[in-house]
Design a binder for this molecule. Structure first.
Ligand code: SF4
Length: 218
């Protein structure tokens, strides 16, 4: 049997007991591109037809974007950003998420060449002995001193959009992010949309204090 046929059989076996939740770990990573779309459409159809909740684990952002209503981005075993697909793809707040999205190749070679950011640079640190503070700090283009000592916690930006970063990219007036990000990184969010993105007030209060306040519920 072909890879696509085997994957369909796997889906049929998983659905035979009429589950309410389906966990799919890299469901189409081993398939040809032409077969991928067929299997993805099948999964999408099942979601609608059976009211199925799917937990999809994937490194392929196109797959995640197509299947998921809510997306959680993980780095070195920690959830760094969570939100609706629209939040994650149009308004990424974490530098790692922004780097991942920037790494998606553009079909148009001219557009691809004109990109100001290319993705996430540097080596992945050891998960056994992760960096202190923020685990992403060794690869983050806007890391500051505080990032090495204080681990950021998941903090609500708006609605269900949450991020674990001291200097979220979408924060209006986030001077640190805008001053220190490479050209193009913070322009992922149109200026005129930024005020509607979240409920943080424009203030000079350092982000670290605000994150700590959120942790204590104040
Ligand atoms: S907390 Fe600091 S190092 Fe971590 S992602 Fe945010 S800015 Fe970068």
């Amino acid at each position: 049997m072909s890879g696509g046929q085997r994957q369909r059989i796997g889906l049929a076996r998983a659905l035979a007991t009429m589950p309410r939740v389906l966990v799919a770990d890299e469901p189409v990573s081993a398939l040809d591109v032409s077969i991928r779309s067929q299997v993805l459409n099948l999964m999408k159809g099942f979601q609608a037809e059976f009211g199925l909740t799917s937990l999809v684990i994937s490194h392929d952002l196109a797959v995640v974007k197509y299947l998921a209503d809510r997306i959680g981005v993980m780095y070195l075993g920690k959830l760094v950003e969570e939100g609706r697909g629209e939040d994650i793809y149009r308004r990424p707040a974490h530098p790692y998420t922004a780097g991942l999205i920037a790494a998606i190749p553009e079909p148009d070679p001219t557009l691809e060449r004109s990109k100001s950011i290319r993705g996430v640079v540097g080596e992945l640190p050891s998960a056994v002995d992760p960096p202190s503070g923020c685990r992403f700090r060794t690869r983050c283009p806007i890391a500051r001193e505080v990032c090495a000592t204080v681990e950021p916690t998941l903090t609500r930006l708006s609605g269900s959009h949450r991020v674990a970063c001291h200097f979220p990219l979408v924060l209006p007036g986030s001077a640190v992010a805008r001053e220190h990000a490479p050209a193009g990184l913070t322009t992922l969010v149109p200026e005129d949309e930024s005020d509607a993105i979240h409920s943080f007030k424009k203030t000079s209060t350092p982000m670290v204090s605000r994150c700590e306040n959120d942790r204590t519920g104040r």
